[in-house]
Design a protein around this ligand. Structure first.
Ligand code: AN0
Ligand code: CP
Length: 315
């Protein structure tokens, strides 16, 4: 695998899940391909899980890892071409990227939607520059429109816990004080199309995701109707796509509560984390016996290791 920017690049889901299960059962089985290989992780945004799980995955594979937090200690980077650089930015991304590439064998990039321009975000301008100019295989650690390592971990977690051949999975919008990207929900929709799921998206009006991601997925603006009979509730906030980057609602009527979970078929609760308690989900639901948030986060190592292994094989 030369790049990994969408969960769809895993190809056959059954095969990817089998590989993930093998990685999970014996994480240190395969260290030869990583020997003397350096992974560079570049963060334009904060991270706890992605940062730690991707490092752990690389260490399990025998790789060396270096991490750059672009906003802490590096030169401030200009990203626009043609800009007269007479301001506070000392270096251009177009030099920085090939330099970074010269120090490593593989690059992971985290670069959220900036909400300045929907076109730039949906064209993945930053991630694509890394792909084009680094000279190295690049994988996404959440870019503007997708978070494929998260989605793969979500799929692993659902497959581990499902008790029906075709479980009902509800992805529901929930309130949050700040504008958050659509990357996690877009990617989750892509992942749902890779397997056999009765999938429903519930969100308030004004929050429909980009049509190219929604595709044929079922969308409702009635959260209660969606939750009835659910086996998995996947909560997430995102800012509006149509009124791009705007917070149109903070309606706590969409918070996932015990009462909302009572509408389901004893569903599991999932969230990618970090989560705002009592905005997205109440304390009792996230702490309850059906909450999968911790095993879901733990599966981020399995997801990253499976992907890194495939990328190492193609070096
Ligand atoms: C990010 C988001 O919603 O995309 C990262 C989630 C993995 N969340 C926040 O910035 C709080
Ligand atoms: N879920 C996730 O990607 O978390 P971080 O933002 O902490 O990496």
């Amino acid at each position: 695998m030369k790049t990994f920017t969408s969960v769809k690049q895993l190809g056959d889901l059954g095969e990817a899940l089998t590989q993930a299960a093998a990685v999970k059962a014996d994480p240190f089985a395969d260290q030869a391909p990583g020997r003397n290989k350096t992974l560079l992780l570049v963060f334009f945004n904060n991270s706890l899980r992605t940062r730690l799980s991707t490092q752990k995955a690389a260490l399990n594979l025998g790789m060396d890892v270096i991490v750059l937090d672009v906003n802490q200690g590096a030169w401030r980077l200009e990203t626009g071409r043609g800009v007269v650089m007479d301001g506070d930015k000392s270096e251009h991304l177009l030099e920085a990227i090939p330099v970074m590439g010269s120090y490593c064998d593989l690059i992971g990039v985290r670069s959220f939607a900036r909400f300045e321009s929907r076109e730039d975000d949906y064209n993945e301008v930053i991630l694509n520059q890394f792909i084009q100019y680094s000279g190295r295989p690049v994988f996404s650690m959440e870019a503007a429109t997708r978070h494929p390592l998260q989605t793969f971990a979500d799929l692993i977690t659902i497959e581990e816990h499902k008790t029906k051949a075709r479980p009902k999975v509800v992805m529901t919008w929930a309130p949050h004080p700040k504008a958050l990207p659509q990357a996690v929900p877009n990617s989750f929709v892509e992942g749902m199309a890779m397997g056999d799921y009765d999938f429903v998206i519930a969100n308030p009006e004004g929050y429909d995701l980009a049509p190219e991601f929604v595709g044929n997925a079922r969308v409702t603006h009635d959260q209660d109707e969606a939750l009835r009979g659910a086996d998995f509730v996947y909560a997430k906030n995102w800012a509006s796509y149509t009124d791009y980057g705007k917070v149109l609602s903070k309606d706590l009527g969409w918070t996932v509560t015990k009462e909302k979970m009572a509408l389901t078929d004893n569903a599991f609760f999932m969230h990618c984390l970090p989560v705002r308690r009592n905005m997205i989900v109440t304390d009792e639901v996230i702490e309850g016996p059906r909450s999968l948030v911790i095993p879901e986060a733990a599966n981020r190592v399995v997801s990253a290791q499976t992907v890194l292994k495939r990328m190492l094989e193609s070096l």
